[in-house]
Design a protein around this ligand. Structure first.
Ligand code: ADP
Length: 292
């Protein structure tokens, strides 16, 4: 028996260093202490759903190393089933993140084990799954195959098009929900375009996240704006992944898309009030008194 929510995606160790400025070519710059935390879009999404009490599994790959063990521990602590996280002979994926005093991040990702995901890994994993949510820090052939297999099994298919990548028209047409942020929406439909145009690409519905402004849900013949609670934002790392995990958890619970998006903006807004990605994600109890 599989979990209600299956997340297909990456697991990375985030290595974060504060710097006054980034080094140029051939230059050495001293930064602050390294902060190590579990991350990667797939693992973040799974942890967000798990912390909310969803029955969730991650399908992905880590290396046989200290970072892989850190990621598995974090997933399990959030109640995520890790039975489909393969140990690869490649090293665990690492995101090298520098943060300058103006708060700007720059990120170099070494995908490592994440690159080893293959279509065969996602062939026979959908029995009993209600909702699959995939993101794109893992190889596209594995994601496209997962979308096709999930759709064939009648599983609700969410795709978080992050980082943005070209998908085949066939894959787009199999999506129940295309989830994008404002930049990804502009990349897909053109800058300033009406979000309804996203449905012309094939998905049955789309959700566009708009940072502090919340989100927009686009369904056939209907556009619904979902406002975010007002919060004191300290760190928006992983907010989009929190949104994806909460949306998937709600849909698996039987919520309609607008209700699920209302829940997801609350979860994502809570996450920006704390530092880090996974450490910032709320439980249901946190939500009940953590926001207005
Ligand atoms: P991404 O992190 O993928 O770029 P967004 O910036 O759109 O995506 O953020 C995702 C979600 O996180 C938003 O829809 C919103 O619910 C929440 N969020 C992000 N920034 C803020 C903020 N400053 N205040 C409240 N909610 C926020």
């Amino acid at each position: 028996m599989n979990s209600d929510v299956l997340v297909v995606g990456s697991a990375n160790a985030d290595l974060v260093v504060a710097v006054d400025r980034r080094p140029g070519g051939g230059e050495t710059v001293l930064g602050g202490d390294t902060v190590l935390s579990p991350g990667g879009k797939g693992a973040n999404t799974a942890v967000a759903a798990g912390r909310l009490g969803a029955d969730v599994a991650l399908l992905g790959a880590v290396g046989d190393d200290v970072y892989g063990r850190l990621l598995l521990d974090s997933l399990r602590a959030a109640g995520v089933d890790t039975g489909l996280v393969r140990t690869s002979d490649r090293p665990t994926g690492i995101a090298y993140i520098t943060v300058t005093p103006d708060g700007e991040n720059s990120i170099l990702v070494s995908p490592g084990a994440n690159s080893s995901l293959e279509p065969a890994d996602v062939d026979a994993v959908f029995d009993g799954v209600q909702v699959m949510v995939a993101s794109l820090e893992v190889p596209l052939p594995a994601v496209e195959h997962a979308v096709a297999k999930a759709a064939e099994k009648g599983v609700k298919v969410l795709l978080n098009l992050s980082p943005a990548a070209e998908l085949s028209a066939e894959t787009l047409a199999k999506l129940d929900v295309l989830l994008v942020n404002e930049h990804e929406a502009a990349w897909l439909a053109g800058p300033g375009a009406d979000f309804r145009k996203l449905l012309d690409l094939g998905p049955r519905s789309a959700v566009v996240t708009l940072g502090a402004a919340g989100a927009v849900v686009v369904e056939a013949g209907k556009v619904t704006e979902v406002a975010s609670p007002k919060v004191e934002a300290v760190d928006s790392t992983g907010a989009g992944d929190a949104f994806a995990g909460a949306l998937a958890a709600s849909l698996a619970d039987g919520a309609d898309l607008v209700s699920a998006a209302k829940h997801a903006v609350r979860v994502a807004a809570f996450s920006v009030t704390r530092h880090g990605a996974q450490p910032s994600y709320p439980s249901v109890a946190d939500l009940s008194y953590g926001l207005d």
